[in-house]
Ligand binder design. Structure first.
Ligand code: PLP
Length: 438
């Protein structure tokens, strides 16, 4: 009945997550409320880590792609499970640093890292800076030199595979703001140039081919293309690339129609491809890095809302408005992303009508779920949108000056606040009225 294994029905016909009754959570913390199940986050971390050990003899590292959900407590959990992280901004890096995350397990991505971000990454001695472009490479070399350090780098490569949709296509991907292309020689050139620089050490290559992918084939193809490139680099320049980072993008179940594959099969199948090609081409097995983000946290999260206005527009549509919306989950507004929801305080109620769950923002596009089969609801009912653990809190905004909801971590019947909810004072905190405005 639920799209996520984190969820259960309890004896009161209420939704239960991490052993906590969703209705009680609402009484304690209010709505909207982000709830994250600690057990499932940990379980997902272990699946990836164990499969790296099992199928690739541990000769690799799993990174949690933390843009999916970045908060200090989440970094703590991921660290205790032995994963590394990737960060894509100084803000994420700083959050991880303040949480005590080991900086030698941090990869720093981004297509336009600022000078200040590069300085922060080098000051903190992150394990890897993933270089996006020539300008950045020169900045890294210069800044590392000024600080008397050597930066370990890898390169974001466009492998010519685009897997953002159900079908994946090869080529055409050169039209992307991320990284350097293979087919026009740009990738080889930047690596040759990097090998002449004094303050960087070329360690790896990286690609990230898309997100919410349900297939093994694009990952196997990416591994093949990247290994051929590693072999070409060695043959043409003598440079040995020791690390292959294949990014993230593993799909999750948002709605019943989604059918993701087991998370450990990615590393299993990629390992096979890598071992086969390395033997063929007589290259050393690279250290493998994978970067799951969504698939670690998405299913572990729900968002709880209270129903307000219900508008039944005869022969048109029934709008059920809740006390959150695109400010806490912009993904429908951005990409028409599908979600599933349940009536958390009456799970046994029959699904009698089709409704559209709308948010409270002044924006017609502020929809959470369009046309879902749902029980009849009235003001005060509690709706749980499921699988909101990734790219909801991390993409939230204060649009309409709506304070961000709190985040609660649940585990074995206990709930703990991990991010305080904002209030109106937080909303005006950075506002300044210049004196001459009166
Ligand atoms: C976003 C991103 C990921 C994670 O993608 P998911 O779809 O959340 O698994 C991994 N690596 C890089 C470089 C990314 O930008």
């Amino acid at each position: 009945m639920f799209v996520s294994e984190a969820l259960k029905t309890n004896s009161l016909n209420h939704l239960e997550i991490g052993g906590c009754d969703a209705v009680e959570l609402v009484e304690k913390y209010g709505t909207p409320l982000y709830v994250m199940d600690e057990g499932l986050i940990r379980k997902n971390c272990r699946i990836y880590k164990n499969s790296m050990d099992k199928y690739y003899n541990g000769n690799g590292m799993v990174l949690y792609a933390s843009k999916a959900f970045s908060a200090m407590a989440i970094y703590k959990i991921v660290d205790s499970e032995g994963l590394g992280i990737d960060v894509v901004s100084g803000g994420e890096l700083y959050t991880a640093y303040k949480a005590g995350f080991p900086m030698d397990k941090v990869y720093f991505h981004g297509n336009n890292k600022t000078i200040a971000e590069i300085e922060l990454a080098i000051d903190k001695d992150v394990r890897r800076i993933v270089v996006d472009n020539l300008e950045e490479l020169k900045n890294i070399d210069r800044i590392a030199g000024e600080k008397g350090k050597k930066a370990c780098i890898s390169f974001r490569i466009k492998p010519g595979i685009d897997a953002h949709t159900h079908d994946f296509v090869q080529t055409g991907q050169i039209d992307s703001k991320f990284g350097v292309a293979l087919e026009n020689g740009e990738a080889l050139d930047i690596i040759k140039f990097a090998s002449t620089l004094k303050n960087v050490s070329v360690v790896g290559v990286h690609c990230h081919i898309g997100s919410q992918i349900f297939d093994l084939a694009p990952f196997e193809l990416a591994a093949k293309v990247m290994l051929e490139f590693i072999s070409q680099i060695k043959n043409e320049t003598g440079i040995v690339i020791e690390e292959l980072n294949l990014g993230g993008g593993f799909g999750i179940k948002y709605i019943p129609a989604h059918d993701p594959i087991e998370y450990d099969s990615y590393i299993e199948s990629v390992s096979k491809v890598v071992k086969g090609i390395c033997e063929d081409k007589r290259i050393k097995l690279p250290f493998i890095v994978m970067e799951p983000g969504r698939s670690i946290v998405a299913s572990a999260g729900i968002t709880l809302y209270k129903v307000g206005a219900v508008k039944e527009i005869k022969n048109v549509r029934t709008y059920v408005s809740v006390d959150g919306g695109m400010a806490d989950n912009p993904r429908y507004a951005l990409y028409q992303s599908p979600y599933d929801a349940v009536l958390a305080n009456r799970l046994n109620a029959p699904k009698e009508n089709v409704i559209t769950i709308a948010g409270k923002c002044c924006e017609s596009g502020d929809i959470l779920i369009k046309d879902i089969n749902f029980p009849k609801v009235t003001a005060g009912d509690i709706i749980a949108v499921m699988a909101t653990g990734a790219y909801n809190y991390s993409m939230s905004s204060n649009y309409n000056r709506i304070p961000r909801p709190p985040v609660v971590l649940v585990h074995e019947g206990k709930s703990r606040l991990i991010v305080k909810g904002e209030d109106y004072e937080d909303i005006i905190r950075n506002d300044i009225i210049p004196e001459d405005l009166g």
